[in-house]
Ligand binder design. Sequence first.
Ligand code: DAU
Length: 347
Amino acid sequence: MADRRVLVTGGCGFIGSCFVRMLLDRDPGAEVMNLDLLTYAGNPANVASVERSSRYTFARVDVREIASLKPWVEQCDVIVHFAAESHVDRSTSENAGSFVETNVGGTFAILEAMRRYQPEARFLQVGTDEVYGDVEAPQAPDEMALLRPSSPYSASKAAADHIALSFERTHGLDVLVSRCTNNYGPYQYPEKMIPLFITNALEGLPLPLYDGGTQIRDWLRVEDHCEAILLLLDSGASGEVYNVGANQEPEKTNAEVTQMILDCLGHSESVVEPRLGLRPGHDQRYAVSTEKIRALGWKPRRDFSEGIEETVRWYSDHRTWWMPLKSGEYRAFYDAQYGRAAEIDKV
Ligand code: DAU
């Protein structure tokens, strides 16, 4: 593989750090410049295994600031843009403005920096399947489907996709967009359902299962997602969107995933606490068609049952990674979210 300098934004987050570790491991010609503001979910420990590599550089940079981006953008060949506010429950409160600022403003700023200082680079916008909104079974939208985002989070990601694609059309930049389903695996911040439920179960705390647990997500192991991104950087076409998903068969409800976690830990179902009304506008089902990326040669390689087992084991073995995270800012969010005067479904 030819040498390339890859600028990664949000490389201390869950998916971004997996990508950084994988890229350095698999591509000896790659240099990584990791720009991360280290807000609550950005954790230097996620990239501790690569921080001494001569091919790795880190800088604390705000992706919304074009001037701060300039020295990095002008020396890169590729930009992979992960940096985002990503938790739906944080976007349904008065905090929604930060989603617009980071996800829309940040995407605009880095594209504008690329247009000004490095217009020959390739830009990959890491998007989400949530932009398609609630998907009725058995449908699975392809990349041409209408965007109908439900939450301020997914609306901000849809706007970011549009901005990215507009820079391709208007300015002729080399831009592509990936839209992935729910990721899980090691190093995921314990606010998302899977790591929250695993770590709560390990701490003997209740698992707050929303709205009857009938919702469906298409869980994809984070390494499968990062392999898709690696492939798209080499083989994806400019101006194109690519869905990435596991296409799980049969699909799994949140209640079933919860039970799998409890089974791995040998815990009883009684630790599940049914909660109502904590996620306004809660989408029932996500699913995507992945034919387009499969035609390029990608497919998910990891089995969900094994993946859940390995993930549960990882959190059991890495308490020193997640226990310190569950204090301070996390505690304040947790109390605000789960301590709300929400109705507890006793039925
Ligand atoms: O689909 C891709 C998206 O997946 C990404 O774009 C988002 O950044 C990522 O957060 C994730 O979104 P979800 O909202 O689907 O993930 P989350 O883990 O928050 O919720 C998964 C399901 O679990 C959802 O139906 C809500 C439910 N849930 C979630 C939490 C946090 C609960 O029942 N209880 C909870 O405490």
